[in-house]
Ligand binder design. Sequence first.
Ligand SMILES: Cc1ncc(COP(=O)(O)O)c(C=O)c1O
Length: 448
Amino acid sequence: MSSINIITDLPGPKSLELVARREAATSRGAAKLTQIAVTKAEGATVTDVDGNTLLDFAGGIGTLAVGHCPPSVVSALQNQAESLIHMCAIVGSYEPYIQVAELLNEITLGDHAKKSVLTNSGAEAVEAAVKIARAHTGRQGIIVFEGAYHGRTNMTMAMTSKYALFKKGFGPFAPEVYRLPFPNLYRRPPEMSEEGFVEYAIQQLENALIAQVDPSAVAAIVIEPVQGEGGFLPTPPRFMQKIRELCDQHGIVMIADEVQCGFARTGKLFAMEHYNIVPDLMTTGKSLAGGMPLAAVTGRAEIMDAPHPGGLGGTYSGNPLACVAAVEAITMMRQPEFLARAQAVGARFWEHLQHIQRQADNKLVGDIRGLGPMLVMELVKGRDTKQPAMEETARVTQETFKQGLITIRAGLYSNCVRFLPPLNITDDQIDEGMAIVADAVRTVSRER
Ligand SMILES: Cc1ncc(COP(=O)(O)O)c(C=O)c1O
């Protein structure tokens, strides 16, 4: 049975009306990727204000691993709202806040003693991780990579790549951030092997510690195990291993930013499990709390305890509602069956993507890649030139939307269609959505 039920053109008249009001009332700077206005959602579907039901392959940009409105999260929120909505963890303690920290300390990588701190957003978690690493090392330098996305606050904007969209006109940016090349295997020089290209990136990393900053001035290396906004680029294992070695050698804090790729998004609870490498600190967010605003830094207790008492915190950080939602979401996501389903979802998406790429008349799909169910297709003007097909990518997402499937873009060149569905999506829903993607790719191919 079809999950999508369309009764008006998309976007429908009421969506258009509401979006017009939004545009009149809010800054044009506030990002908005579609023209849909929604009223409710369940699992992998959303219903808009016109009564249309759409499939959602954006999942709140990877926030809804447990799906829209899972009953256990809803009922935990209802119960909590009746007893304590807010207190401020600076003012008083409450058990859900402590439970989330205990759970994070338990489920993240490594057997060592760990501690956590809770924040409102992923960007805030990354900023907190930077503060903690600086307090621990007494150093200031932060190494990040091309294509990275770490958030939109001043510090994380400095750490984020993709200037035109995220940074233009917003400087000056925080100092002491060093951006180094990231081994994007798809865009390596044609004459280089994958292995050779990774070795070259490692040489550049080593050289930067002579040419750009001395290791004794570096507090942290921050890496997304799978670059999210950068286009779902898994970090090559050898490169990750080199980062771990450099951090060990020079007393640098290794921070894995798992805000987008964490919590089953890659088929394992955390993406770093694919590498068998334990970072010193890990940032998490997005799916952590089933859609409620919550993020965290978790890591080695002695590093986490480096800031002075009172140095970290915020009015809403670790709000009780967000925390009870997180306890329920984590309880679901850590189950072996949930992770097995996430892997099966990834495998089914992958089959569809391979089929789309194989279509003989289709030169648009340059690359398909990712880890587990965190997958993209990168669109190019030609598979030989690999010239990013930015407008065509926008067209593909518009076409899927017209047919009732929400998809969004990613990538340094905005030329990837990324798939971040709720991980409790059904096989039928995957098939239904991917048939629409295939159709949209065919339509856009024909337009060229
Ligand atoms: C890897 C990564 N880090 C940090 C952030 C920032 O998170 P937030 O938008 O919750 O501030 C994001 C958001 O997409 C992200 O993907």
